[in-house]
Design a protein around this ligand. Structure first.
Ligand code: 8Y4
Length: 286
């Protein structure tokens, strides 16, 4: 499965790709806002590139449960300078823009981004499908029940894996109808987006069924709440930094089930663990 981007072609069949998370938000839930200003975000992104990130996901709107939306001008002010500088310094590293706003996506592509990561799967902004079609970039279609402000209130499914499968088929049909080529579409079950702990575990357990739809699977579970819940010790909820081993366990599981791209904070640790895991899976070094 080869994904063509403006920066480079990604051959997703040979190894699990790592998408490094570059948060450009003051309330970034796992980096404590350390990387808000553009030079600091660029420096963090460059560390992820050195650590072996295959691509980077740049986002300026926190998607944490309960988070408030960010106004357009503020989101642009955060992400555009970072994308511009990274595209100039690292033209062969594909940059994905994490946004649900068509105008942010359009300006990000002009600034050098080469993928669209829309957690609403082209549903929140009626102009988004046209931007995707016109810029011709690969698009991640992520599943979410509800919206980021309300999604964790009362997630409810009869069969979460089947419902996500139906959602994927509906969004693939919508995207193709608006003129986005099928070979540019990626799917993501949206761990934590309108899901209980058990929903997240059901999805991970049955990832193969979703991979069988035939489009590359993107998965984000790094430092998410479900890991803290599994590792909770009494009342004390683990901080994002304390969720690293749990995240790694989830990432290795997802890779084993055929996930193509993992959206991770700890690129270096995940890359090193995957190298060992993949050598064993192949029964060959190198
Ligand atoms: C619960 C806990 C819910 C944390 C959300 C979060 C994903 C993503 C994020 C993902 C794709 C986060 C932007 C960070 N998660 N994009 N974005 N897939 N494609 N939020 O799973 O961890 S936001």
């Amino acid at each position: 499965m080869i994904l063509r981007t403006r920066s480079k072609d990604l051959d997703l069949s040979h190894h699990t790709h790592l998408m490094g998370v570059v948060n450009v938000t003051p309330d970034s839930f796992s980096d404590g806002g350390k990387y808000f200003d553009a030079p600091a975000a660029v420096a963090h992104a460059e560390e992820l590139i050195r650590d072996g990130a295959d691509l980077l996901d740049v986002g300026g709107e926190s998607s944490r449960p309960g988070a408030d939306p960010v106004p357009l001008d503020e989101e642009l002010r955060r992400v555009i300078p970072v994308i511009q500088e990274l595209a100039r310094r690292h033209p062969s590293v594909p940059l994905s823009i994490d946004t649900t706003k068509a105008e942010v996506a359009r300006r990000a592509m002009r600034a050098g981004a080469s993928l669209l990561n829309d957690i609403s799967a082209l549903r929140f902004d009626p102009g988004m499908a046209a931007v995707a079609r016109e810029t011709d970039v690969p698009v991640v279609l992520m599943h979410m029940q509800g919206n980021p402000r309300t999604m964790q209130t009362a997630p409810s499914y009869i069969d979460v894996v089947r419902e996500i499968g139906s959602f994927f088929r509906e969004r693939l049909a919508f995207a193709e109808k608006t003129g986005i080529a099928a070979d540019r579409l990626l799917l993501d079950p949206g761990i934590g987006f309108g899901k209980t702990l058990d929903h997240n575990l059901q999805i991970l357990k049955n990832l193969r069924a979703l991979a069988e739809i035939g489009r590359p699977l993107v998965l984000g579970l790094s430092r998410k709440t479900f890991i803290a819940r599994l590792l909770a010790d009494g009342e004390k909820i683990l901080s994002p930094q304390e969720r690293s081993e749990g995240s790694l366990a989830g990432h290795l599981w997802a890779a084993a089930q055929g996930a193509h791209i993992l959206r991770v904070h700890d690129v270096r640790g995940t890359r090193r663990a995957l190298r060992v895991w993949q050598a064993i899976a192949r029964g060959l070094a190198g």
